[in-house]
Ligand binder design. Structure first.
Ligand SMILES: Nc1ncnc2c1ncn2[C@@H]1O[C@H](COP(=O)(O)OP(=O)(O)OP(=O)(O)O)[C@@H](O)[C@H]1O
Length: 623
C-alpha cells in the first residue's frame, strides 16, 4: 500500500448483503432501537479482549500502560453520541473488511427470509446485526481507529445507503486516539433521547452490566463515572445471582434476545480449577446447520479472554453458549496448543458429561423448559448418538421421539410400555410423520399395539445405521430385514386378522418373483402387513432404505435391490395364482404401489398409469 493510494478519501461500495441489511435497518424491521448501544459496547469489549490476548505475547502493544476502558460520550450541541474504546483497533483493510461486508455464510438466504417475514424482530434475534444496528438511530457514522502498535489512524464514514468512505486520519484524530476505536453516531432527530445520561445508564444497566471492562459515562458537565459493575459474573457465587442476572449475562455473552432455557453455573475444583457458566438458548440461530458446525463457548484464562473457537464442547452441543474460565492453563496458550492441550482435553470431557447429564435431568424435572431446547436443537443433539460413542446411552436417554403413541416420548417411556415378548425397539424413517403414519409397514405392529418411533430428521437415517440398543433392547427398522412378531400377542379386537393365509405362498411368491425379475432381490410373505397388499424393505444386511435414498442423492452409495413383501391374506395377492396372463401386470402393480407408499416414484410412471387403467377396465368390463 503506497501513501498516495491512501491519502485521499476513497469511496467504496458495501457488499450487496450489507446494503440490503442497512436498508432493512433504516426502514426498521426492528422496533427496539436500544440494542444498538449493546452491540457497540459488545464490539468494544471484544476489542479490549483481543488486545489483552495479543498483549500477552506482545506487551509493547500496551505501551501507555492504560487498562482497557470503554467510554460513552454524549454531545447535545453536536447531536452526537460516541462510543470509544482503547482496544485492539482496526487498520485500513480491517475497517474495509469488517465494516463493509458480512462474512457469515447463509447471510443471503437469511436476508431474503427477513424481507418476507412479518416478524422481523424474532428473526433479527437469530442473526445479530452487530455494528449495522447503529444505522437505526444514526444518519451518519464516523469511525476513527488506530490498530494497536500502529502509527497510522484511519477514518471510515458512511450515511448508510450504498457505500462508505475511507481516508487517513488528521493529526487531530491521531492525537485524540492513541489506540483503539472511536465511533461517532450523528443521531437522527427521533433518536436524540440517547443523548440523555439517564437513558444511557438505563440501557447499559439493562444490557451491558456484565461487560468485564469498565464502561465510563463522560457527561457534558461533571466528572466521568463508571456505570457498569464490570465483574466477571461467572466468578461470583451462585447465591448472589438472580435469574435476571443470568438472563442478562446470557443475552450479553451470546448476543441473543431470547431467554435461556437452561443455565449451568458451577466451579470445578480438584486436579483443575475452572468456572463454568453455560446456557442453552430457547430459540434456534439461523446458522445451526452450517457446515462448519462450530461452537462458540468462550475460553478465558484467569479472566482473560483467549478464544471463542476452541471447540470446548463437541459439535452436537454447538448450540450451547457461555464461558469456561480456567485457573490453571497458561495465559500464553497459543491457538495451536488449544487443539492438543491435555488439560483442556480434560476440561472438555468433564464439561461435556456435565452438560449432557444436566440436559437429561432437565428433561425429567422441567419437561417444558426441556421441550424448548428439544424443539430447537433436537436434530443437532441426535448427531451425538452417532458421534459420541462414550455417551451414546446418555444422549439416547435424553432424546425425545414422535412415535405411534404420541409426541416427545423418551425411550424410557417406550421401555415402560413394551409388549410381552417384545425384544426390540422398532422405528421407521421417512420424510414426514403424516406419511409414515400411513405406511403399511406399521400394520402388523399396530395390530399388536407395538409402539414404533417415527423418525423424520435427516440425521435419523444416519445414527440408526449403527447398531444401537437401549436398556439391552436393540433398535430395529421396520423397513429392514426380517421381522418376527409371532410371539407378541395380537390386541383383542384384532384377533380375527390372524386367519389362515388365503393363498398358496410358495406358488404365489415364485410367480411374482418370476414376473419382477431383477427389479427386486427377493419376494416373500410378510409378517408386517395386515391390510395393505405389499411393501418394500431392505434385505437383512442392507442399509435402511431411507438412508440409502439420502446417500444416493449425494452420490455416496449405490441403491441396492429391495425385498418385496406381500400380504398373503390380501385379495389382490390371493388372485395372483389364478390370474393367468395378468400375473405380470398384477406383480408390477404390487411393486409400484409399494414404491408409492414409500414416497418413491414408480420407475416408469406412464407405464404404471396405463397398467392400472387396463386392470381397472378389465374389472369393470368383467363386472
Ligand atoms: N470497536 C471495535 N474495535 C475493533 N474492531 C471492531 C469494533 N467494532 C467492530 N469491529 C470489527 O468489526 C467486525 C464486525 O462487527 P459486527 O458487530 O458487525 O459483527 P460481529 O461483532 O463480528 O458479529 P455479531 O455482532 O453478530 O456478534 C467485528 O467482528 C470486529 O472485527
Amino acid at each position: 500500500m503506497t501513501e498516495t493510494a491512501t491519502a485521499a478519501p476513497e469511496s467504496q461500495p458495501f457488499q450487496a448483503e450489507v446494503a440490503e441489511l442497512l436498508n432493512l435497518m433504516v426502514h426498521s424491521v426492528y422496533s427496539e432501537t436500544d440494542i444498538f448501544l449493546r452491540e457497540l459496547i459488545s464490539n468494544a469489549s471484544d476489542a479490549c479482549d483481543k488486545l489483552r490476548y495479543e498483549a500477552i505475547s506482545a506487551p509493547e502493544l500496551i505501551t501507555d500502560g492504560a487498562p482497557p476502558v470503554i467510554r460513552i460520550v454524549p454531545d447535545k450541541k453536536a447531536g452526537t453520541l460516541s462510543v470509544v474504546d482503547t482496544g485492539i483497533g482496526m487498520d485500513r483493510q480491517e475497517l474495509i473488511d469488517n465494516l463493509g461486508t458480512i462474512a457469515r455464510s447463509g447471510t443471503k438466504s437469511f436476508l431474503s427470509r427477513l424481507t418476507e417475514a412479518k416478524d422481523g424482530a424474532g428473526l433479527i434475534g437469530q442473526f445479530g446485526v452487530g455494528f449495522y444496528a447503529a444505522f437505526m438511530v444514526a444518519e451518519r457514522i464516523v469511525v476513527t481507529s488506530r490498530r494497536a502498535g500502529s502509527d497510522q489512524v484511519f477514518v471510515w464514514s458512511s450515511s448508510g445507503g450504498s457505500g462508505f468512505e475511507i481516508a487517513p486520519g488528521s493529526e487531530d484524530d491521531a492525537g485524540r486516539i492513541p489506540r483503539g476505536t472511536e465511533i461517532v453516531l450523528h443521531l437522527k432527530e427521533d433518536a436524540k433521547k440517547y443523548l440523555e445520561t439517564h437513558e444511557i445508564e438505563r440501557i447499559v444497566r439493562a444490557y451491558s452490566d456484565n461487560i468485564q471492562f469498565p464502561i465510563e459515562l463522560v457527561p457534558e458537565e461533571g466528572e466521568p463515572r463508571q456505570i457498569n459493575s464490570a465483574s466477571a459474573l461467572w466468578q461470583r457465587p451462585k447465591s448472589e445471582l438472580t435469574p435476571e442476572d443470568y438472563k442478562q449475562a446470557y443475552q450479553q455473552i451470546a448476543g441473543a434476545f431470547d431467554e435461556p432455557a437452561m443455565t449451568l453455573h458451577y466451579r470445578a475444583e480438584g486436579r483443575q480449577s475452572y468456572a463454568v457458566l453455560l446456557f442453552a438458548p430457547s430459540a434456534k440461530p439461523f446458522d445451526l446447520f452450517d457446515q462448519a458446525r462450530k461452537g462458540k463457548v468462550r475460553l478465558y484464562v484467569r479472566r482473560v479472554f483467549i478464544a471463542d473457537d476452541a471447540d470446548l464442547l463437541p459439535a452436537y452441543l454447538r448450540f450451547i453458549r457461555g464461558v469456561i474460565d480456567s485457573e490453571d492453563l497458561p495465559l500464553n496458550i497459543s491457538r495451536e496448543m488449544l487443539q492438543n492441550n491435555p488439560q483442556l482435553a480434560q476440561i472438555r470431557k468433564a464439561v461435556t458429561s456435565r452438560v449432557v447429564s444436566e440436559l437429561e435431568a432437565l428433561g425429567d424435572k422441567e419437561p417444558e423448559a426441556f421441550a424448548k431446547i428439544w424443539d430447537a436443537f433436537g436434530a443437532v443433539i441426535k448427531e451425538g448418538i452417532w458421534e459420541d460413542f462414550e455417551r451414546r446411552d446418555k444422549v439416547l436417554a435424553l432424546s425425545r421421539f414422535t412415535t405411534t403413541k404420541g409426541e416427545k416420548r423418551s425411550l424410557k417411556q417406550y421401555a415402560e410400555d413394551i409388549k410381552p415378548n417384545q425384544t426390540e425397539i422398532y422405528y421407521l424413517t421417512g420424510d414426514s410423520v403424516e406419511r409414515l403414519k400411513s405406511n403399511p409397514k406399521l400394520e402388523s405392529a399396530a395390530a399388536r399395539g407395538i409402539e414404533v418411533l417415527l423418525l423424520t430428521d435427516p440425521v435419523d437415517a444416519f445414527w440408526t445405521s449403527a447398531p444401537t440398543d437401549f436398556g439391552g433392547k436393540p433398535l430395529k427398522s421396520l423397513s429392514q430385514g426380517d421381522i418376527d412378531f409371532s410371539l407378541i400377542p395380537l390386541l383383542e379386537d384384532k384377533a380375527d386378522d390372524k386367519g389362515a393365509d388365503g393363498a398358496d405362498a410358495a406358488t404365489t411368491v415364485a410367480l411374482i418373483k418370476d414376473a419382477l425379475g431383477e427389479r427386486v432381490s427377493e419376494v416373500r410373505a410378510s409378517q408386517r402387513l395386515t391390510s395393505s397388499a405389499s411393501c418394500l424393505v431392505a434385505g437383512g444386511d442392507g442399509r435402511d432404505r431411507q438412508l440409502e435414498r439420502l446417500l444416493a442423492m449425494q452420490n455416496k452409495g449405490p441403491i441396492t435391490k429391495p425385498v418385496l413383501e406381500i400380504n398373503m391374506r390380501h385379495p389382490l395377492v390371493a388372485a395372483v395364482a389364478t390370474s393367468g396372463d395378468a400375473v405380470a401386470d398384477l406383480s408390477l402393480l404390487l411393486l409400484e404401489q409399494a414404491q408409492i407408499l414409500d414416497g418413491e416414484l414408480p420407475e416408469d410412471p406412464a407405464a404404471f398409469a396405463s397398467r392400472l387403467n387396463a386392470m381397472v377396465l378389465r374389472g369393470i368390463v368383467k363386472a
